[in-house]
Design a protein around this ligand. Structure first.
Ligand code: AHR
Length: 487
């Protein structure tokens, strides 16, 4: 039995809905095939697959990052506007060396965001682009007046300026984005960011390229040298069963692989705290947000698939680790104002997988749907017995719980990280609620996944709860995630 006390009178911060953001890169089958099709045998609206868009709309996606990733620093926006037949081809050197026809460009991205009902977040090219190219893109997208660039946008079919709030100044410029040193990037950031002008009513929120995983000196240097010119600083942290060299299989793993992945999540927690400590030191007033614009489990790609396409399966392990990580972002919601899981379709820890005209929802998709009640909720104070066990030198919580309140509704989500022991949650509430409903996601075997033949093998089910006065009891079986809604 795990005793939990929730104190909704003590609220500590707002869980920014943008923590539930997504990322879609020109990588493998994420954009082409996965989202955008030119073959009308797959039902689509303006090229966007209806099945995929309809499924994703259920997640209330707040923000979508595009066009990369590494692709962003190789992308020249002019190649992706105007008559599709005249758009130049290019080689996607980062991802499989395939030919990119640029048929999905700026206008198509805004169309996708409008169909999904989310905010666009665009990452610009610092690595191989110019300041002028970036400033022109901003003017093309956002200027309402009479200028050659704004008129070109109109000629290309969009009279009104696009609404763009979030703009990233380069991606991983310590690596694929130019192998820069932080001091050099900081100077480039200052220069590029200067020319990101505000043409519309809403100022553009500028995001600097942040560190990889545990590179705290990058965070320190960029904050020190360029922090005054940014609203957000990014951070990328992928989690593995093994390590970068031996990532592990996404669907054929043993108990040791389950737990070592969770141990890596704890290492991520430690790094997150340290990056925040650096931010607290260089930005004590908390003016700069931490934007975790790439996170998720990264495994070996599926046998027989293009290694440059990063296509992997998705199991209960992804749902459980996903919930622990999202709870970690809740915990630090004063600094973490956005996070974008990598990636939305067919790449890494995806929400949906497609094959031709078929689509399957992954356990991670179900997790995001089950947790959406937290979006913009006020984090409620929560106390529970944080019983831990050891794996790979890390102390892993057996149970991870988070609670938030929005418009009088209390949302509680909980994960049981153990493979061997069921739990009962006994929750002491500080108010009376009329109704309690619950959903559970679990599987018979830890490696189960949803395939095109068995699309509902791992899918959420309603769960019985017992609400007596101010006490709620609910079961949390081994390797499960649960979401509770109290009204
Ligand atoms: O998400 C896949 C890749 O991982 C991104 O393109 C890059 O930014 C990161 O290294």
């Amino acid at each position: 039995m795990t005793e939990i006390k929730i104190n909704t009178k003590r609220r500590n911060g707002i869980i920014n809905k943008n923590i539930y953001g997504q990322f879609a890169e020109h990588l493998g089958r994420c954009i082409y095939e996965g989202i955008y099709v030119e073959d009308d045998s797959i039902p689509n609206v303006n090229g966007m697959r209806c099945d995929v868009v309809n499924a994703l709309r259920e997640l209330d996606i707040p923000v979508l990052r595009w066009p990369g990733g590494c692709f962003a620093d190789d992308y020249h926006w002019r190649d992706g506007i105007g008559d599709k037949d005249k758009r130049p081809y290019m080689v996607n050197t980062n991802w499989g060396g395939v030919v990119e026809n640029n048929h999905f460009g700026t206008h198509e991205f805004f169309e996708l965001c409008s169909q999904l009902g989310c905010e666009p977040y665009i990452t610009g090219n610092v690595g191989s682009g110019t300041v002028q190219e970036m400033r022109d893109w901003i003017e093309y997208m956002t200027f309402d007046g009479d200028s050659p660039l704004a008129n070109e946008r109109r000629k290309n079919g969009h009279e009104e300026p696009f609404k763009l709030k979030y703009f990233g100044v380069g991606n991983e410029n310590w690596g694929c984005g130019g192998n820069m040193r932080p001091e050099y990037y900081s100077d480039l950031y200052r220069r590029f960011a200067t020319f990101i002008r505000n043409y519309g009513d809403e100022p553009i929120y500028k995001i600097g390229c942040g560190a990889n995983a545990g590179d705290f000196s990058w965070t320190e240097s960029v904050l020190k040298n360029a922090g005054a010119f940014m609203q957000g600083l990014s951070w990328h942290n992928y989690t593995y069963e093994g390590d970068w060299e031996h990532k592990g299989s996404s669907y054929a793993f043993d108990a040791a692989g389950w737990y070592s992945n969770l141990a890596d999540v704890e290492r991520m927690r430690d790094r997150l705290k340290k990056h925040i400590a650096v931010m607290d030191c260089f930005d004590p007033d908390g003016k700069i947000d931490l934007i975790v614009d790439e996170w998720g489990n990264w495994y070996d790609c599926m046998p027989g698939t293009n290694p440059g396409f990063l296509y992997q399966q998705n199991t209960m392990r992804d749902a459980v680790t996903g919930m622990v990580i999202l709870h970690m972002f809740h915990e630090h919601c004063d600094r973490v104002q956005m996070a974008n899981i990598a990636q939305m379709v067919n790449v890494l820890q995806a929400m949906v997988l497609t094959e031709g005209d078929k689509m399957v929802l992954t356990p991670t998709y179900h997790l995001f749907r089950m947790m959406k009640g937290h979006q913009d909720g006020e984090k409620a104070d929560i106390v529970y017995d944080d019983e831990r066990y050891e794996s790979d030198g890390e102390m892993i919580p057996s149970v991870s719980v988070s609670a938030s309140v929005k418009n009088g509704t209390l949302t509680v989500t909980a994960a049981n990280t153990r493979l061997d022991c069921d739990r009962e949650l006994s929750i002491e509430l500080d108010a009376e609620y009329k109704t309690a409903s619950a959903e559970i996601l679990t599987a018979e075997n830890m490696c189960d996944f949803n395939s095109f033949d068995e699309p509902d093998k791992v899918s959420p089910k309603p769960l019985d709860t017992k609400l007596e006065g101010r006490r709620l009891t609910v079961s949390l079986p081994r390797m499960s995630v649960v979401s509770l809604t109290l009204k």
